[in-house]
Design a binder for this molecule. Structure first.
Ligand code: ADP
Ligand code: MG
Length: 139
């Protein structure tokens, strides 16, 4: 089934000029970038986006990292895009990420792990709506 998922190229990656290299991995995997914008997240935006992790010990650090530098927010489209992008990203902890994944190639640590991708189709819809209107997504 053709799906859309939400992606963020995180500050650790934009800071190191890795946007193009990460987009190449995404496109080589057969996912189409159907919307993309560079934006500096506000603290409120980052807190809301990662609300489910509010009680975790790393929440404060995560919000700080996500607002430190601009990010690139994206909508990716393709066959089974949600699961496909999770596979392309690799495990949260780069030490456990498979060879060839974005996190294995580029992540600095479990926190600064270069990319976000939605974990379900429902969350993809919620996350996309936080950053894009329907007319900004051109499939
Ligand atoms: P994923 O991004 O793979 O879906 P999670 O949803 O579990 O992972 O966590 C969200 C983000 O929080 C991670 O991508 C990472 O940036 C950060 N994070 C997760 N676990 C840790 C941890 N143990 N220490 C520091 N940061 C973490
Ligand atoms: Mg997650």
């Amino acid at each position: 089934m053709t799906e859309r998922t939400f992606s963020i190229i995180k500050p650790d990656a934009t800071r190191r000029n890795l946007t193009g290299k990460i987009n190449a991995v995404i496109e080589d995997a057969g996912l189409r970038i159907v919307a993309q914008r560079r934006v500096k997240l506000t603290t409120d935006q980052a807190k809301k986006f990662y609300e489910v992790h509010a009680e975790r010990p790393f929440y404060g650090e995560l919000v700080e990292q996500m607002t430190a530098e601009p990010v690139v927010v994206q909508v990716l489209e393709g066959e089974n895009a949600v699961a496909k992008y999770r596979e392309v990203m690799g495990a949260t902890n780069p030490e456990q990420a498979a060879e060839g994944t974005i996190r294995k190639s580029f992540a600095l640590s479990i926190g600064e792990n270069s990319v976000h991708g939605s974990d379900s189709l429902d969350n993809a819809k919620i996350e996309i709506a936080q950053f894009f209107t329907d007319d900004q997504i051109v499939g």
